[in-house]
Design a binder for this molecule. Structure first.
Ligand code: FAD
Length: 296
């Protein structure tokens, strides 16, 4: 985002620390009433001289408690004729007075999420990225990167999902060598392998198209298929483990079993984060296939 839309001072200030991994950032997009309908966001940013004054709340801010900076979408013109207008991208140092970060506990036992509150937070106007009120285009471009990178990060090595399930079958079903005896399970494992292979080929094609710049709406395909594959991998991994897959704590389960249960639960979130699968399907329908609203 900074390379494409930031000015020279912003790049000089932020990129070296990002590249060296010294400065952590989180994403301030979602709000209690702005998730899928992101353009409904209400975090207010009012100009006061050389500063913006931010008031409002973000939610599901991953790792905000560990981050140094946040990039936010804020409403700079509440009277804009369309809700996608009047939004700006503003960077804020999380140590700025008035920012409060509160953690949210999840079913998996991890707590990577936060609510982030802004109470009269003053940030310099110099922290505005791109033009005031024209942040929606930048917001969408970042989402394109996020969606395709979620898909890519899930892909791992070709064949790895299938190998993982086979390894768990060997461990939990006592299959020492040769094929998994249950033909139905074997079918499912083979189907997973084939979908995985097809996904890798599609991914390679999309990546070639995106090498020149920002990923297009095709990134939504990567996200849908990649996250569904991930969930299928964990479902099969759980299936072969049977009761052993349900361990939460205690001596009856080894570390690998316990971690797998938590990762399986975490995988439920993958089809939601970065925009839910339903929203990705709407994007594919409109912007990749060119279908009119409603898909007719
Ligand atoms: C693991 C994880 C990490 C996240 N990290 C961040 C982060 O760092 N920063 C951040 O800003 N946000 C983050 N989010 C929030 C995420 O972007 C939102 O959860 C997501 O966009 C969905 O919004 P919502 O939760 O408000 O659900 P809602 O928008 O309320 O959706 C509820 C359900 O309705 C469906 N739905 C809604 N609208 C439509 C429609 N038009 N057509 C069809 N179906 C529809 C959705 O698909 C979903 O199933 C994260 C979420 C998760 C799960």
């Amino acid at each position: 985002m900074l390379l494409k839309y930031g000015n020279h001072a912003q790049r000089a200030q932020h990129l070296p620390g990002i590249a060296r991994g010294e400065v952590r950032w989180c994403q301030g997009y979602s709000e209690p009433n702005a998730g899928s309908d992101l353009a409904n966001l209400q975090l207010k940013a009012e100009r006061d001289g050389d500063e913006f004054v931010l008031n409002g709340q973000k939610i599901w801010t991953s790792h905000a408690h560990l981050s140094d900076w946040i990039y936010c979408l804020a409403r700079t013109d509440p009277n804009a004729p369309k809700k996608q207008m009047g939004i700006s991208v503003i960077l804020a140092d999380l140590d700025t007075p008035g920012i409060t970060v509160r953690r949210i506990d999840l079913i998996s036992g991890y707590s990577p999420f936060c609510e982030t509150f802004f109470d009269n937070v003053r940030v310099p106007v110099a922290n505005l990225v791109g033009k005031e009120n024209e942040g929606w285009t930048i917001a969408k471009a970042i989402l394109g990167h996020e969606r395709s990178s979620i898909g890519r990060s899930i892909a791992r090595q070709p064949g790895s999902a299938q190998r993982e399930v086979v390894a768990r079958a060997r461990k939990h079903l006592g299959v020492v060598e040769g094929a998994i005896p249950d033909p139905l399970l074997r079918d499912e494992v083979a189907a997973l392998g084939m979908r995985e292979e097809a996904f890798h080929l599609t991914l390679a094609r999309i990546q070639q198209g995106a090498e020149s710049g920002t990923p297009g709406p095709e990134g939504s395909i990567t996200k849908i298929v990649g996250t569904e594959l991930k969930q299928k991998r964990f479902e099969l991994g759980m299936k072969v483990a049977g009761v052993q897959g349900l361990g939460w704590e205690g001596p009856g389960f080894d570390d690998d079993d316990l971690e797998y249960t938590r990762d399986w639960l975490r995988s439920r979130a993958s089809t939601i984060e970065g925009g839910s699968s339903e929203i990705q399907k709407n994007i594919v329908s409109k912007r990749v296939l060119g279908l009119p609203e409603g898909g007719k």
